[in-house]
Write a protein that binds this ligand. Structure first.
Ligand SMILES: [Zn+2]
Length: 342
């Protein structure tokens, strides 16, 4: 923990700490670039990054090839893939698109875990016949998602000429030339492919670069830290001194996560902010008010992307000296600042 006590302020110092996991996340270059766009409260940028978030999640899911049926025993998988079922998979695959993802997971699980136990070549061959289209489908899906992500970035930059976004990461995928299975990711590793092909040199694979948000950036967005930094930037621009995402030690001896700690320019005063990407509930007010009480805060603001907070909740907040600033993605920054100064 460190003592935070800015010189120009005559206020009781705060004992603060930033959690290591969060520090590491914020030190990621792509997360830094994301924060440095200073566009986090821009509604169109918000739509853009949510869209890329969704597609990146899908890329991770598709490429991971992890089963969601971890608890399925070996025997069940074998039963499932008895010759009758193999036929069924083939028919289902042609008949219903919606059924495919489930089948796909089954099969991939089977492939990754139990394929080695199959002895007869005919088993392998018939399985490969089923798998080839799935591998190809996976490959096409990855390429198409990556292309859509890059196009979305281009389009945004086209509309906003001054903006250059360096927020994507790329991962190399190596697909078997023969069956399209992903044989390695990130870097090329020689191995024997499921289809029997000995993948010992790069000419035996199709190397593709897939663009996406990296894991740190995904976590950063999913944890709603983007909103804390968006609000933080707005305040900084208006000469407030600000700490984002620190834990503060309360009088009780318990640490509280405070989204923004804000020192007012030319005034011996600080306030605390809570940033919410959801409706503000009664409980949010009580919890925030309780945290403030414990760390010795007297004034608070709750920033929310939601609108139409009920009058009762606003009244409750006011009674705790907390103001709720709503709809932050759709308001002019100047108006937001005015709401703070009120
Ligand atoms: Zn192969």
């Amino acid at each position: 923990m460190e003592l935070y006590n800015p010189e120009s302020f005559n206020l009781p110092p705060l004992l603060i700490v930033k959690r290591t996991s969060r520090k590491n996340m914020e030190n990621d270059i792509k997360v830094k670039n994301f924060i440095d766009t200073h566009l986090l409260l821009d509604n169109n940028f918000h739509k853009l990054f949510l869209d890329i978030l969704e597609k990146s999640d899908e890329i991770l899911k598709v490429s991971r090839e992890e089963p969601s049926y971890k608890d399925f025993g070996l025997q069940k998988i074998f039963d499932y893939l008895s010759s009758k079922d193999m036929k069924k998979i083939n028919t289902d695959k042609e008949n219903t698109k919606t059924k495919l993802p489930l089948e796909r997971e089954f099969i991939l699980y089977f492939v990754n875990n139990f394929m080695k136990r199959i002895n007869s070549n005919s088993d392998t061959e018939s399985l490969i016949k089923i798998l080839n289209p799935l591998f190809l489908e996976t490959k096409k899906k990855l390429l198409s998602l990556s292309e859509k992500i890059e196009n979305a970035i281009c389009e945004y930059e086209e509309k906003n000429k001054k903006v250059r976004l360096d927020i994507l990461s790329s991962t190399n995928f190596y697909f078997c030339n023969k069956c399209n299975k992903i044989v390695s990711k990130m870097k090329f590793t020689p191995k024997k492919c499921l289809c029997g092909e000995e993948i010992d040199k790069l000419s035996k694979v199709d190397k593709k670069s897939i663009s996406h948000f990296n894991e740190n950036l995904l976590n950063f967005i999913n944890s709603n830290y983007w909103l804390e930094f968006g609000v933080g930037h707005l305040l900084k621009q208006n000469n407030f001194r600000i700490l984002i995402g620190y834990d503060v030690l309360g009088n009780s001896g318990v640490c509280h996560e405070i989204d923004n700690i804000v020192y007012c320019p030319n005034e011996n005063f600080r306030f605390f902010c809570e940033c919410k990407n959801t409706d503000v509930k009664e409980n949010d007010v009580f919890i925030f008010s309780g945290k403030m009480l414990d760390i010795g805060g007297t004034r608070g603001y709750i920033f929310t992307t939601a609108e139409n907070t009920s009058e009762n909740i606003k009244r409750l907040a006011r009674s705790k000296n907390i103001n709720i600033i709503e709809n932050v993605l759709n308001k002019d920054p100047k108006d937001l600042i005015c709401e703070i100064k009120e």
